[in-house]
Design a protein around this ligand. Structure first.
Ligand code: FES
Length: 111
């Protein structure tokens, strides 16, 4: 088991996350206000953009993300760190518009 440092840009939050733990589990335990809904890799509500590092999220890739999206976005309810990470929470992959999810207020501005 390895622990990795996960930094969230724009908030100054940094947590340690085991490679056996999902990013969402760690956020909830640490009191970080990560959005989520289904917790099973279907709704994309828990998405974060991966600015640095790698995650294991084969279930998310099978369920909701394209292969290309899975390299840029982590579904935090499914993703486990494979390295130290820098994440931007509240950033959503393009396929959210095709997932039947109401994007009003959910799609963050890229600025
Ligand atoms: S909470 Fe729905 S995909 Fe993660």
């Amino acid at each position: 088991m390895a622990d990795y440092t996960v930094e969230f840009v724009g908030t100054g939050e940094t947590i340690e996350v085991s490679d056996k733990q999902t990013l969402l589990q760690a956020c909830l335990e640490e009191g970080i206000a990560q959005e989520y809904s289904c917790r099973v890799g279907m709704c994309l509500a828990c998405s974060a953009k991966i600015l640095e590092g790698e995650v294991e999220q084969s279930v998310a890739e099978a369920r909701a993300l394209t292969s290309a999206e899975a390299e840029e976005y982590a579904l935090t309810c499914m993703a486990r760190p494979q390295s130290d990470l820098v994440l931007d929470r509240g950033k959503y992959p393009p396929s959210i518009e095709n997932a039947g999810v109401d994007a009003d207020g959910a799609v963050a501005d890229d600025d």
